[in-house]
Design a protein around this ligand. Structure first.
Ligand SMILES: [Zn+2]
Length: 429
């Protein structure tokens, strides 16, 4: 399916219409006036070209929870969302804490072929929080792991966190922290505030996130290592990260699409589709997150795509699983929250959803510019259409989208992975 493609009338990063020629896996030229011999043509009037999106935070659930998602279905969802690379979180069963398991996930990704799959390695053995996993062996494996996280759980032991930060310096890795002080969130269900009090749900205070982020910024500075903060959700967290970056410390951060658009008021429905970790916060937090992403304090958008089967999600709020799907709606939500509000232009979206996450993930072949000679991993997106989100049409095996029934802008029309279309006309190619 590789071959030669002429993408005609497309607007790179939302700029002036031109044509892009894709040949032998690379962007061959931009602005060609004539059709190369044998080229297949995509009429792309009105479409925007973005570099292929990169997700630092995806739960593909395989091995172990193939009833929720598989590498095959999750990477189809990724491609349909415009992604050409995803980082697969380590909280699988077995946990991705050895070279063997990360290589298994990496191979499954290669076989599926819908996008690149970069396994994240666990920080601690079995996510147990007691002993470091074999970080070096995972880094040396065929999967070449550079991002390590116990995501789903916090590395709450300060000594272990320090050791992990020190360890990954040897090979330029990064520790991605799920910042949640466990004692402060024992039994927590919803952002601590007016809503949690009104609904009678155990509160999840902002300080439980902010205290860990502050501690970890100080630890990263102390040992001169790289910290990445997963799914920042509070205004206070943005302030702390802004302060740490101002010091010149090696701290990066991500925000999810759902934290950019939704608030804890949605929990008034008691619909567990809105139950997520960290919880949805207040409108003031959403404003601060948007500003943080716009000014670069928050480096990137990451989906935290967390598929769950119906039986784990459609139950009482207190017993329902935490998490939301997000791969197939991420770009649309970012358009709604950031572009249509004037906070980011399309070049900014490319920076926050492709270039910066590729840098943080230490990916050489992703997040590049739309320029001749670069790998032809790109996304063609129509920002002018609107549609109601219906997860029954999604490729993800799970249906727990908090955007269900919402009217959102945009549609991913095509995705190319190194010159080969993975999505054409909005469908898996
Ligand atoms: Zn997490």
């Amino acid at each position: 399916m590789s071959g030669t493609w002429l993408i005609r009338g497309v607007r790179p990063l939302g700029g002036e219409p031109t044509s892009i020629v894709v040949r032998d896996g690379l962007i061959d030229s931009i602005g060609a006036a004539t059709k190369p011999a044998g080229a297949q043509v995509i009429e792309a009037d009105g479409l925007i070209a973005l570099p292929g999106l990169v997700d630092l935070h995806t739960h593909l659930r395989e091995p172990g929870r193939e009833d929720a998602e598989t590498v095959e279905t999750g990477t189809q969802a990724a491609a349909l969302g415009g992604f050409t690379a995803v980082h697969a979180m380590a909280n699988t069963d077995p946990v991705a804490d050895t070279a063997g398991v990360v290589e298994q996930i990496w191979r499954l990704g290669r076989q599926a072929g819908h996008c690149d799959v970069h396994p994240v390695g666990a920080v601690t053995l079995g996510l147990g929080g007691a002993r470091l996993a074999e970080l070096g062996a995972m880094a040396d494996s065929a999967a070449r792991v550079r991002v390590f996280s116990d995501d789903g759980r916090c590395v709450s032991d300060a000594v272990l966190m320090r050791r992990a930060l020190e360890y990954v310096k040897a090979f330029g890795g990064v520790i991605a922290q799920h910042a949640q002080e466990p004692r402060l969130t024992d039994g927590a269900q919803l952002n601590e505030g007016e809503m949690s009090a009104r609904l009678g749900l155990t509160g999840w205070p902002a300080v439980a996130e902010e205290a860990i982020i502050a501690r970890d910024c100080l630890l990263a500075a102390h040992v001169g290592s790289a910290l990445h903060v997963c799914h920042v959700s509070t205004a206070g967290s943005v302030e702390i990260i802004r302060w740490a970056k101002g010091k010149g410390w090696r701290v990066t951060a991500e925000v999810t699409p759902h934290h950019l658009l939704l608030t804890d008021s949605l929990a008034a429905s008691y619909d567990p589709v809105f139950k997520v970790n960290p919880p949805l916060r207040t409108a003031a937090d959403v404003t601060a997150l948007r500003e943080g992403l716009a000014d670069g304090t928050i480096d990137c958008v990451a989906t935290d795509h967390a598929p769950h089967p119906v039986e784990d999600k459609e139950t009482e709020w207190d017993t329902a699983a935490f998490g939301m799907t997000g791969l197939e709606t991420a770009l649309r939500v970012v358009q709604q929250a950031m572009v249509d509000t004037g906070l980011l232009d399309w070049a900014g979206v490319a920076d926050r959803m492709s270039r910066r996450p590729a840098v943080i993930g230490r990916l050489a072949g992703a997040g590049g510019e739309l320029a001749p000679g670069q790998p032809a991993s790109l996304t063609l997106y129509d920002p002018a259409v609107r549609d109601t989100v219906n997860p029954a049409t999604h490729a993800s095996r799970s249906r727990n989208s908090p955007f269900t029934g919402m009217d959102l802008p945009g549609r991913v029309v095509a995705t190319f992975l190194r010159g080969t279309p993975t999505v054409l006309d909005g469908k898996i190619a």
